[in-house]
Ligand binder design. Sequence first.
Ligand SMILES: Cc1cc2nc3c(=O)[nH]c(=O)nc-3n(C[C@H](O)[C@H](O)[C@H](O)COP(=O)(O)OP(=O)(O)OC[C@H]3O[C@@H](n4cnc5c(N)ncnc54)[C@H](O)[C@@H]3O)c2cc1C
Length: 97
Amino acid sequence: MVHYDVLVVGGGAAGFFTAINLANFNPELKIAILERGKTVLSKVKISGGGRCNVTHAEFIPKDLTRNYPRGEKELLGPFHHFMTGDTIGWFAERGVE
Ligand SMILES: Cc1cc2nc3c(=O)[nH]c(=O)nc-3n(C[C@H](O)[C@H](O)[C@H](O)COP(=O)(O)OP(=O)(O)OC[C@H]3O[C@@H](n4cnc5c(N)ncnc54)[C@H](O)[C@@H]3O)c2cc1C
């Protein structure tokens, strides 16, 4: 039987991003993604009709929150930890300009 340290439920964008970052920061962890569907990342594949909008061109947390009317307050804190520049950098590190 295989033992895992972390099980991520859901093989969508959030699940993969979480699993990849967990593995980067904690290479010793054994991580598995559990997906109930037949394929993973199926919504990512249809996002933007194959030309997915990855982020907004906003680099100030308060300005970026205004794009999320239902989460303006809640997102201000997280955007001080991970912002547009981090998103661009994250993809660039993986060869996606
Ligand atoms: C037509 C369309 C166009 C879009 N265009 C864009 C775009 O251009 N830019 C952009 O940023 N976003 C876009 N989006 C939104 C983007 O696709 C979603 O915000 C993103 O995919 C959400 O990711 P998620 O991981 O939160 O959820 P999901 O992608 O829904 O992933 C959740 C996964 O968990 C699985 N799951 C659920 N319950 C269980 C369970 N109990 N056990 C195991 N697995 C489970 C599901 O099967 C699914 O695979 C678009 C969405 C659509 C539909």
